[in-house]
Ligand binder design. Structure first.
Ligand code: GLN
Length: 470
């Protein structure tokens, strides 16, 4: 890469690297210099990889710089999940998604900032650094994969981010930073080596500038893994093949609940405009109703917090991360380390999640939430009998200012997930891509498909991107 050279696309860069046209050693040095410049300006990283290993093979990601959300373990490189309690944790192994990328020839530039364990929508609940939005540094990049969105938007070099979503953590930052984010079907990508937030909801996915970029990297990291019994999908699929599929005859469902109260009217109008353009290009749309949407927030937060509270019990000051001076009995010691190591949101979730699972309350909260989840899954399944994809706005608001986020109550913050938690609860794949800008700020359009329906998502997303909505 020549200094000041214009951005090369991921596709072109890999082709050139593979044909020997790129001096990879010089390229890596230049990329690390630019990575540090981005960190200085927008602080999207928790840890920068000072010594990235040169490509392990001339594979499908040969010479590609990748960033990895800090909840995925990286061998020998500090991994904190955004929490002070993992301040000094250096994993002895790579997550499967990381090892698969590296074995295909990618190199790791750093670990991106996130809300502690994924608890948040704005990446402001991070113990280390809070990413600033390249569109306006006084605004949030979204969360919890805010660092991944920030680097994807700011990178002035070919780059792809590996991120994770539990309830919308890929869609929110993609929408707020004007980038593309794919959250695959639950189980499509192995969760081995992921620091869990909520095991039945966590999905590793990909963010980047273009649809091709995320399709390529998803192809490299997906597929069954003997180390994760919930992973499926057989062997590797090549999602880049879907990109040329077009949208002729595609049926799009447009649920009215996703354009209602609480959704910025300017975003609704923009997304409608895009849907009508797709109709003009050969797709058909129909307005539908998904009446269970209003129950998705309580159901999601009960399940997510219940699972999170059990997952966090392993951080007791003895096994991983933060240790204290041994004093008092175990409970006193354990409480002291956890009081120091967890942020406010993590503490809130431990208390609420434990409460929801307690004998006497379990039936009323946790088990009821699971029943609602089954109904939501069936509601989506019903819709996907008639439609290839569902289209909605990605987020109900434009990227908020940090000063505005500070004034939100926890419940107001949770309500920002109203458009994303239902498909996440249902384990459906989804992709967010730029729908355009409003007053200079990015807004996203969201396509959701049936489980294992990534092909439809890539078809409609690649086609939409060709319409140059940015
Ligand atoms: N904002 C949601 C939460 O706090 C989703 C975050 C995520 O997907 N990790 O749970």
């Amino acid at each position: 890469m020549n200094k000041g050279a214009s951005m090369t696309s991921v596709k072109e860069h890999i082709e050139k690297a593979r044909s020997g046209e790129v001096d990879l050693k010089a390229f890596m040095e230049e990329v690390m210099e630019r990575t540090r410049a981005i960190q200085e300006k927008y602080t999207p990283f928790i840890t920068i990889n000072d010594n990235p290993a040169p490509p392990a093979s001339k594979g499908m990601l040969y010479g590609l710089p990748i960033s990895v959300k800090d909840c995925l373990c990286t061998k020998g490189l500090r991994t904190t999940a955004g929490s002070k309690i993992l301040n000094n944790y250096i994993p002895p192994f790579d997550a499967t998604a990381v090892s698969r990328s590296l074995s295909e020839g990618a190199f790791l530039i750093g670990k991106t900032a996130m809300d502690e364990f994924g608890f948040g929508t704005f990446s402001t609940n991070c113990a280390y650094s809070i990413p600033k939005n390249p569109a306006d540094p006084e605004r949030s990049c979204g969360g919890s994969s805010g660092g991944a969105g920030c680097v994807s938007a700011a990178a002035d070099f070919p780059h792809v981010a590996i991120a994770e979503s539990t309830g919308g953590s890929i869609t929110a930052p993609a929408a707020f930073t004007g980038t593309v984010g794919i959250t695959p079907t639950y189980g499509r990508v192995s969760r081995w080596g992921l620091i869990d937030y909520a095991n039945s909801l966590d999905k590793i996915g990909v963010m980047g500038k273009e649809v091709y970029d995320v399709a390529l990297v998803l192809s490299a990291i997906s597929g069954e893994d003997p180390l994760d019994s919930t992973s499926h999908g057989g062997g590797r699929e090549d999602f880049t093949k879907s990109l040329e599929g077009g949208i002729a005859g595609m049926k799009i469902g447009v649920p009215k609940e996703y354009f209602g109260e609480g959704v910025d009217e300017r975003i609704s109008a923009l997304v409608w405009k895009r849907i009508k353009e797709l109709e003009g290009e050969g797709a058909a749309y129909e307005e539908i109703s998904l009446p269970l949407t209003e129950y998705s927030i309580p159901s999601y937060y009960l399940i997510a917090m219940s699972e999170a509270s059990t997952n966090l019990s392993k951080y007791c000051g003895l096994r991983y991360g933060l240790h204290g001076e041994l004093s008092g009995n175990f409970e006193e010691y354990f409480s002291k380390v956890r009081s120091e190591g967890f942020g406010d949101e993590a503490k809130r979730r431990v208390v609420l999640g434990t409460y929801a699972r307690m004998a006497g309350f379990r039936e009323a909260y946790y088990l009821k939430a699971l029943k609602v989840r089954s109904k939501i899954i069936n509601e989506f399944r019903g819709a996907f009998k008639r439609f290839d994809v569902i289209a909605t706005p990605s987020m109900p608001v434009l990227p908020p200012k940090f000063s505005e986020i500070g004034g939100l109550t926890p419940i107001q913050g949770y309500m920002m997930d109203i458009l994303t938690v239902a498909p996440n609860l249902a384990g459906m794949p989804m992709i967010s891509l730029p729908a355009g800008r409003i007053g200079g700020l990015p807004a996203g359009i969201h396509f959701i498909a049936d489980q294992m329906g990534e092909d439809s998502l890539f078809r409609v997303a690649a086609f939409s991107e060709g319409l140059e909505w940015k």
